[in-house]
Structures are given as structure tokens and as C-alpha cells.
Design a protein around this ligand. Structure first.
Ligand SMILES: Nc1ncnc2c1ncn2[C@@H]1O[C@H](COP(=O)(O)OP(=O)(O)OP(=O)(O)O)[C@@H](O)[C@H]1O
Length: 609
């Protein structure tokens, strides 16, 4: 018996469209066909468990083979198989409706979203026609007394269906590879594709006599069954040549959505490494993509690992995905899990947590900055480190500095350095006053400081060199000046002349005689604006685009040098003032080039004078 028919379909020219627009993703045909074979095999196993299939399951391997001479790729399974009637129903009707749905969706979209749909649409059986100009199905149902069937189709809407000889139950899909798809006749190419998409499929896949997959990847197991080594080993399988991860989270939820996976915290050496190893997204152990943007919260993109969820809609455009309720829930769930894990690590092993802080800190701060819920959880375990290397939580630190570092307005002033080496003299000056100095020199710290100032009550952050020590934390007490007002004005003029630089605002201040004769500071507000601008803040920050660096030069009225400058002759006072100013530049790391050479020479002269 042979039957010829026409596949009922409203879109006549479906194949050219499939072929043309799925161009970049032709390789997924193999994923689609192998996962169909796996599905058919699992269905048979379930029927066995239900007692509806009483035969021997036997070897259930799915076999993929290629015959270069004959130009065929064959995917064979020993699953439940199809009768001729079922082929008509499932292949001619159902599979086609999937393909025509694709074309319909595709037509509705504008050009920008078209690209996105194309990559994401599971094309199912008909994706075979992306690489084949003729496809055959040989199938025999598991049901007793049914005949094997043979279906062929050349990619038009015409098909033939006839009875066939097939001893064993299951399905063979034979692709006759089209002339423009020769690459898929190369075993190495097929192996690469299988490795990418089928590496963790739940039924064994055999290619060239070898099983290429792990049927029970560790994310499908219970955490209690697994050791640390298992997790590290799996990480290294996913990302060969990577350093071991810091720690990981095993995700497992089945209500209100289904999701399993393992998220690893990598050891990040530099910023460039962030996105090198991406999170891989699976749907029932079939690899889908490693473009998980919108499915995983932005700040978690720094993590690595796998997420497996059949509830993530894969065949829709990005903009739809963002609005999708399931995706939103997944986002919230993952964020919560990650925060809980970090809280647990902090609680159970504070020392270990501190040791990992240089790697984890960036991630925690990124999370706090980008997600309010995460902030609320992380504020209890986010750590601050001072220049002595000691770690504090936010509340511990506030407690620690509040006796000494409250200004006259009851504001707690937190002092920090962005470079303990370069700002050394300022750090020491603060410490001499009994103040503590935090190290806030990480990538996101300038943003993090801004956030803490908003969230914490009555707390201000100032970099150690933002002002002279007395003004960094303003107290009620004032230091009296030993100079008269006239002398102060004169001193200001003498220094302005010696410095002669409009970017340097000279002011005379009554500091302690122990402080330096001249101190150059960088006002906090202006510096932050410039920092943000440098960090690419863009937008509103652009108006500061033309701002020069701005410095304040504080001349210490109570330092003996002030008296000497005032009492020296013209030349002598200029020399002294310049020397004292250069010392201040030196302390700020600003003395360079010609000015540095002149300073060295002048110093030698002064030594011999
Ligand atoms: N190897 C196979 N063995 C048994 N039935 C199969 C096999 N391949 C396909 N089928 C049947 O054909 C149907 C259509 O397959 P197709 O791949 O187009 O869509 P799907 O698997 O239902 O969905 P998806 O778009 O996710 O692949 C399947 O649902 C299944 O019933």
C-alpha cells in the first residue's frame, strides 16, 4: 500500500522561509531530532512503568550515524514508535502546525525582533529541512500487531506514506543532506553539535560507537548525594581550564514553577573575565542557549553554571520574555536563593567569608546596587575592610566609629581611601587623630558609597584627602590662628603668586603646628562628579564634562614655615612657599615632570644653603 498526500497547511512556502531565516542556527536540527528520539524513548519507559507496555525495554540508546558516501544522517531510537496513522497525525499535522506557527509569528514581528525569534524557536521535526532536501521516517510502533511505516517528504508539501519492513520497534529518521549543507556530513562537526546540545540528555546517545552524554548530570541529583568534589568536577567539565569556583548554590524548586540548576561563584581575576564563562540554559536537560539575559537577573550574570527549566518560554521574543510572569518569578527566586546562600556562608563561617570577600564583594555590591530586595538581605552581611585589614559589617562599623567620628551635626563621617599607598600621608594624619580609615578601592565602590549614604541615616563618606583633617570631621572646637588677619592675607597672596595656577584654590587655615605646612585636598563633591564621569556615567554628568580637576591648597597658619615665608625677603619667600607647596604636591602624588626636577634641585640647594 502506498499513499500520497498533501500536507494540509495554509502557508505554501514554509520551507524556503524556514531555510532562509534559520540560517545562522541550522545546527539545531540535530538537537530537535535527538530530543524527539529521547522523548519517544522516555515515553516508552513511562508506559513500561504504568504496565501499558509489557515487552522488554532492552538497549534504549539513541544512535546517531553519518554516511558520507550516501550523504545521509540517521537518528535511530527504540522508543515508542509511530504507526502510519500516527505519522499522519503527529508529523503531517502537529509538527506542521508548529512550523506554520513559527512562520505566522515570524511575519508579525518587526525586523529587530525577528532575529531573536529565529534563534529561540524550537522548530521541532521540520527543522530537518534546514539541512536535508529529503527526509525519510521508518517507524514501528511498540503496540502489538501494528505494521511499520515509511514516510518520505522532499521538503514540498507533498509526502508519501507506505508500509515497510522494520523488525525492531522505534523510529529511524534518515536525512538526505542537501548540497549546501555538506558541513553536516563531517563527523567532527556532528560531534561538536552533539556535545553542545545533547551532552546531558537523559537517555544515552551513541555516536561513532561512543556514548557522548551524561544521562544524570549532577543538577538532577539531590545535594545530599553529592560531594564538593562532584561540584568542582562538574564545573571543570562545563568550563575546562578554569580555576575552581569559590562556592555554589544548588537550585531546586518544583512549585510554582519548575527549575533546577547549579550556580557557581567564580574566582574573578579581573573585570574582563566576568562574562567569559556563561550560565547555560537547559530545558529538560537539552541545551538551549547561553544567552540568559532577561532570564537571570542582570547582576547574577557574573555567576556561572546551569539552569534547567521547562517553564521558561523559549519560542518567544525577548521583549515578551521580560514581561513573562514565569520569568519574573524565576528571577525573584534565584535572587533570594543567592542572598540566602551568602547569608548562610556568613553566618556559618565568618572567617571563610572574609577570606572570599575580595571575590564575592564585587558581586554582592553589584547586587545591592541593582536590586532593592537583594540590598535588604545583603545589608546584614556586606563587609567593609579598613586599612588595617579588619572586616566589619555595616552596623559593626557604625558602632565602631561613632564615638570618635561624629561631627558637630551628629553626622557620622566615614573616612575612606581609594589608594592607601598614594593617599598615605592623609591616612596617617587621620589615624593620628584616632580616626579609622576604610579601604574602598574596588570597581563599584564609588557607586556603593553613594548608595550607603542614601540608605544609612546620618552617615557621610569622605575620602581622607577631601579636606584638611580638622574639616574632614568638623567638631565644635576650633584651632586659633597665631597670625593676624593682615598676615593671613599676605600669606595667601605670597602662596598664590608662588603657585600661580588657577586650578589651585589657596586658602590660609589655622591647623595644628604638627600638621603639614601646606596640604592639598580634593573636594569630595567635585571629585565624585569627576569619578562618575570617568566611569562613564554619561547622561546628566555630561554637564561636568569640561570641569578641570579642582584642588584646594590649605596653607597652615600655625606652622613655623608660615612665619618664615612672611619674614623672608621676596625671593626667599617665593622659594620657601614653592618648596612647601611642592611637598604638598608630593604627598598627593601630583608632583611630576619639570616641577619634580625643579623640586629636587631646589631641595639640594636648600640642603647646602
Ligand atoms: N522519534 C520519534 N518517535 C516517536 N514520535 C515522534 C518522533 N519524532 C517526532 N515524533 C512525534 O511527532 C511530533 C511532532 O514532533 P515535533 O518535533 O515537530 O514537535 P514536538 O516534539 O511536539 O515539539 P517541539 O517543537 O518541542 O520539538 C511529536 O510530538 C511526536 O509525537
Amino acid at each position: 500500500m502506498q499513499e500520497k498526500g498533501s500536507i494540509s497547511i495554509h502557508t505554501e512556502n514554509i520551507f524556503p522561509i524556514i531555510k532562509k531565516f534559520l540560517y545562522s542556527d541550522h545546527e539545531i536540527f540535530l538537537r530537535e531530532l535527538v530530543s524527539n528520539a529521547v522523548d519517544a524513548t522516555q515515553k516508552l519507559k513511562s508506559l513500561g512503568q504504568l504496565g501499558e507496555f509489557k515487552g522488554e525495554l532492552g538497549d534504549l540508546k539513541v544512535k546517531v550515524s553519518v554516511d558520507k558516501e550516501a550523504r545521509t544522517i540517521t537518528i535511530s531510537d527504540r522508543g515508542l514508535g509511530m504507526t502510519a496513522e500516527e505519522i499522519k497525525k503527529y508529523i503531517n499535522q502537529i509538527a506542521f502546525s508548529g512550523a506554520s506557527e513559527f512562520v505566522e509569528k515570524y511575519k508579525e514581528q518587526d525586523a529587530a525582533t525577528k532575529d531573536q525569534i529565529i534563534g529561540k524557536f524550537g522548530m521541532g521535526f521540520y527543522s530537518a529541512f534546514m539541512v536535508a532536501d529529503n527526509v525519510e521516517i521508518f517507524s514501528k510502533s511498540y503496540q502489538e500487531g501494528t505494521e511499520a511505516a515509511h514516510w518520505t517528504c522532499d521538503g514540498s508539501t507533498e509526502f508519501t506514506l507506505e508500509t515497510a519492513e522494520k523488525a525492531d520497534r522505534g523510529t529511524d529518521i534518515v536525512l538526505h543532506v542537501a548540497a549546501d549543507s555538506d558541513e553536516f556530513l563531517e563527523p567532527a562537526r556532528l560531534r561538536t553539535i552533539l556535545n553542545k546540545y545533547c551532552k546531558f540528555l537523559p537517555i544515552e546517545i551513541e555516536f561513532e560507537g561512543e556514548v557522548i552524554n551524561q544521562t544524570q548530570p549532577i543538577w538532577t541529583k539531590q545535594p545530599a548525594e553529592l560531594t564538593d568534589e562532584d561540584y568542582v568536577k562538574f564545573y571543570q567539565e562545563l568550563y575546562p581550564f578554569s580555576e575552581a569556583p569559590l562556592f555554589w548554590i544548588h537550585l531546586n524548586v518544583d512549585y510554582p514553577f519548575n527549575l533546577t540548576g547549579i550556580l557557581y561563584f567564580p574566582k574573578v581575576k579581573d573585570e574582563l573575565q566576568f562574562s567569559r564563562n556563561k550560565i547555560q540554559l537547559y530545558s529538560r536537560q537539552v541545551f538551549i542557549t547561553d544567552e540568559v539575559k532577561d532570564i537571570v537577573p542582570e547582576f547574577l550574570m557574573l555567576l556561572h553554571g546551569v539552569i534547567d527549566s521547562p517553564d521558561i518560554p523559549l519560542n518567544v521574543s525577548r521583549s515578551f520574555l521580560q514581561a513573562d510572569a514565569a520569568v519574573k518569578k524565576i528571577n525573584t527566586y534565584i535572587t533570594k536563593k543567592v542572598a540566602d546562600k551568602l547569608a548562610e556562608l556568613y553566618r556559618k563561617d565568618r572567617t571563610g567569608f572574609e577570606e572570599k570577600w575580595s571575590d564575592v564583594g564585587l558581586f554582592v555590591k553589584y547586587g545591592m546596587l541593582s536590586d532593592d530586595k537583594f540590598y535588604e538581605k545583603a545589608k546584614d552581611f556586606v563587609l567593609l575592610q579598613n586599612t588595617a585589614g579588619k572586616f566589619f559589617t555595616l552596623s559593626e562599623y557604625q558602632e565602631f566609629v561613632q564615638a570618635n567620628q561624629k561631627d558637630k551635626n551628629e553626622q557620622t563621617v566615614v573616612l575612606y581611601t581609594t589608594d592607601a599607598e598614594a593617599q598615605h600621608s592623609f591616612v596617617v594624619a587621620a589615624q593620628d587623630r584616632g580616626y579609622d580609615v576604610l579601604k574602598l578601592d574596588a570597581v563599584l565602590d564609588s557607586h556603593f558609597i553613594g548608595q550607603l549614604e542614601q540608605k544609612l541615616e546620618k552617615v557621610t563618606f569622605k575620602r581622607v584627602d577631601a579636606d584638611t583633617i580638622g574639616k574632614l570631621i568638623e567638631k565644635d572646637e576650633t584651632t586659633e590662628s597665631v597670625l593676624s588677619d593682615d598676615d593671613k592675607t599676605k600669606l595667601q597672596e605670597l602662596f598664590s603668586k608662588a603657585i600661580s595656577n588657577p586650578q589651585m584654590q589657596v586658602q590660609v587655615e589655622a591647623l595644628s603646628p604638627q600638621d603639614a605646612p601646606v596640604i592639598i585636598t580634593v573636594p569630595e563633591f567635585m571629585r565624585r562628579m569627576k569619578d562618575m564621569q570617568r566611569a562613564g556615567g554619561g547622561g546628566g554628568m555630561q554637564m561636568f564634562g569640561s570641569l578641570p580637576d579642582s584642588y584646594t591648597v590649605s596653607v597652615n597658619a600655625n606652622h613655623p614655615v608660615a612665619q618664615r615665608v612672611l619674614s623672608a625677603d621676596d625671593e626667599g619667600s617665593q622659594k620657601l612657599a614653592r618648596q612647601a607647596f611642592d611637598l604638598a604636591l608630593l604627598a598627593q602624588g601630583l608632583l611630576k615632570g619639570e616641577a619634580l626636577t625643579a623640586f629636587v634641585k631646589r631641595s639640594a640647594d636648600l640642603l647646602t644653603a
